[in-house]
Design a protein around this ligand. Sequence first.
Ligand SMILES: Nc1ncnc2c1ncn2[C@@H]1O[C@H](COP(=O)(O)OP(=O)(O)OP(=O)(O)O)[C@@H](O)[C@H]1O
Length: 438
Amino acid sequence: MRTNSFTLDSLLETHDQPFSIINADQQIIAVNRAWEGHFALPRERRLGAICCNNPSDCRHKRFFQTLEPYTGMFSETLGSQEHLLKVRGYPLLDVDGTVYLGESVLTVGKSASMTGNPQMVGTSSAFLNLKTKLQQAAQSNVPVMLNGETGTGKEFAAEYIHRQSSNADGEFVIVDCTVLGEDLFESELFGHEKGAFTGAATVKKGLFELADGGTLFLDEVGELPISLQPKLLRALESGQFRRVGGTTALKSTVRVVTATHRNLSGMVKEGLFREDLFYRLSVFPLEIPALRDRVEDIQELVEYFLESFGQRDRCVYRMSGAALQKLMGHRWPGNIRELKNCLQLATCLCNKHHIEERDISIMRRNEMPLKPGMVERRGQGSATEARKATDMNPLEAIEAEYIRSLIDKHQGNRKLIAAEMNVSERTLYRKLKRLNVN
Ligand SMILES: Nc1ncnc2c1ncn2[C@@H]1O[C@H](COP(=O)(O)OP(=O)(O)OP(=O)(O)O)[C@@H](O)[C@H]1O
């Protein structure tokens, strides 16, 4: 059979979809007109350039290791814009047998900047991997379980999944499992009919119903009492539920995302979490990395937060190199929330909007700032008494005392108390409830 050789450019232009060719050195060697138009980038700016932001760990590199065709959702920053791409990559052979990667963009979803979502900041490989997986999870519609330390951005990630998913037009409903005791669970989750119990003066829709067509985010799902877990499982499996006091079975189609800082599979082994519910919820498990495992992102996060504080305060905050070094050297047990709160405080302490090393006050976990007199009061036995009265362990008693000192200091302002403790207001609320502090 006689074969003709066509010029590369004429072949490329037969693709209506954006199309690019990448060599084994991960350089872009050709793009078509649809690609230029789609990304609003002239080809001269891309030809010869390295394929993406993170060439040491990207789909192109993996392709040249395996030569396996692939299809999937990925996020990529081209120019100054973040794009969510559905791509197909496959091998191309030239006449002398050299392998290239041909990649076409199949359909294009919404980008975070286009939807006005808060920006997901970070370019470390740990973070980019996570972002790609979040997008894959968003497209898949299966239950996602997010695992990570406090303040790593689990709720932020859950909302990101929601906004990128086909349920984005529905509600993003957060269920805080730490506050759902036996008495609240059914009426909060499934709602109640008028007169179902004393105080049920009107019909109330539950969170499950409100999330219909949207996303139900079960935060701290590991805290859900085991006695309530079968009820949740039943509703998730059938999509059906009854309001308290109601006889009609209602239906709700929700996308489920859960988060926990606990080792749930360990809890299953210990009989503290139902195995069937665990498997039902963790079809797509995702680990959110701690900030200390992606220190490369600290500078970018600092710039991002300072810019947003600057917009709020109508000024431009700057930071000295020494101050940044101090931030880079900390282990951030409270993760991104702790960093954000630390910067928030620095903007209040600094002079002429210039943050110096002395303005960075990092709170050591074992250095609880006690109010004058607090040690003395503890010495007189107030914490011990509180412990006896409420059956607290010694650490809880100290924590309760510490929170009380902050309540005094900030005159009960929960925002300020939570900020000083480096926890979310919701976490503070849980602590107040658990420690019985008013
Ligand atoms: N990638 C990111 N870019 C910018 N801000 C982020 C990012 N990830 C998290 N944040 C911010 O960090 C803070 C903590 O995030 P979030 O509340 O989602 O953490 P969490 O893991 O759910 O915490 P907790 O377990 O204590 O509830 C929030 O202010 C959030 O906006």
